[in-house]
Write a protein that binds this ligand. Sequence first.
Ligand SMILES: [Zn+2]
Length: 421
Amino acid sequence: MSLRSMILKNARILELDPPAVREGELHIEEGLVVSQGSGPELDLGGAWVMPGLVNAHTHLYSALACGMPLPAHPPETFTRMLEQVWWRLDQAHDQDSVEVSALVGGLAALRAGVTTVIDHHASPRAITGSLERVDGALATLGLRRVLCYEVSDRHGRAGALEGIRAHERLLGERGPSRGVLVGMHAAFTLSDESIRDCVSLARSAGVGVHIHLAESIDDLQAGPPLARLQSLGALLPGSIFAHGVHLEAGDRARLEESGAWLSHQARSNMNNGVGQADHGRYPSRTALGTDGIGSDMLAELQTAVFRANERPGSWGLSRLVQALADGARLASAQLGLPLGRLQPGQAADLVVLDPCPGPPLTEDNLAAALVFRLSSQQVRHVMVDGQWRLWDRQPTGLDPAELDRWAQQTSLNLWSRMAAG
Ligand SMILES: [Zn+2]
């Protein structure tokens, strides 16, 4: 018997990929689900258990944004929105606010049943060492993570080069808890030279890139971005292209053939007013992310379904539930371990939910239940790698009251730097 080994008895187990419901026990040994293990027994009293969720694209640096100074009038274009809101925020970050932001955003993820966070980080005035601060914060909470720095030429070539170098140390320290991609902001803020440098680093490390793609029409002004990225060698397998709201007709085939992933963020698309994604142009490898609007993947799924229902020919509920589940396939490939099912041999990353009284929960209605019945409010305990990282809604790795005090002061400092420009 050892730490990370136990038997969870009297559980109702919800599999997402494909949807299935069964009653029984889960045996966990050394952080893996096994068919027959030993260890202390915990009676879950009929609680629901599902695999840990994955947020396929987020920005933890925006976790302290609520309350920040905003422009007097809503920006008229997406680029103006970046200039007046998000780029003012990322430029105001220092190393401490990067870390606090990651702790606050990471805790929100755990409380929403997320066990792997795929982050796209930017802090142009505190680049070197910032990924290590994000990494340390998520390690404190016990989350698996896939990190990158969003390289951009918007602060000149020197800023781009520092962003590229910021990946180097963690790229050499990848493992089952920490994956690394090479991040780029978006084609429209990058020179050919900087894209080539990012691709070169990604190729030499054997990883993909993580970049915003055709999020708004602003990314199309210099021509179709994916075709340009392809010509510069950036369609590497395992890459994540975020949004794809305005994909070209041939982009689906490009993404399919490359082995890259698309991440879909319906709530962010609505909030930023960038348009409605055409799912007909999405590749089969599509996962869901939040783009920094918290980490509540069930809320994200619900909105994705509602948004799709507004557009004839979009994906239906089952296909979007599959995209939620496919986040675990994406994370598995990044981290090199099997995630996303509660079957022998898979990692013991799971969420224990308070049962929601109501109709019988079956294989046939589980997908609908994920959209209309389950919510993050039911999340009670979260296990990552066989260890409880959230117990009774409280993190086991830090004191939330202490984090709150630190976060309040850090937010005020961050916002005053924003206001000062
Ligand atoms: Zn994003």
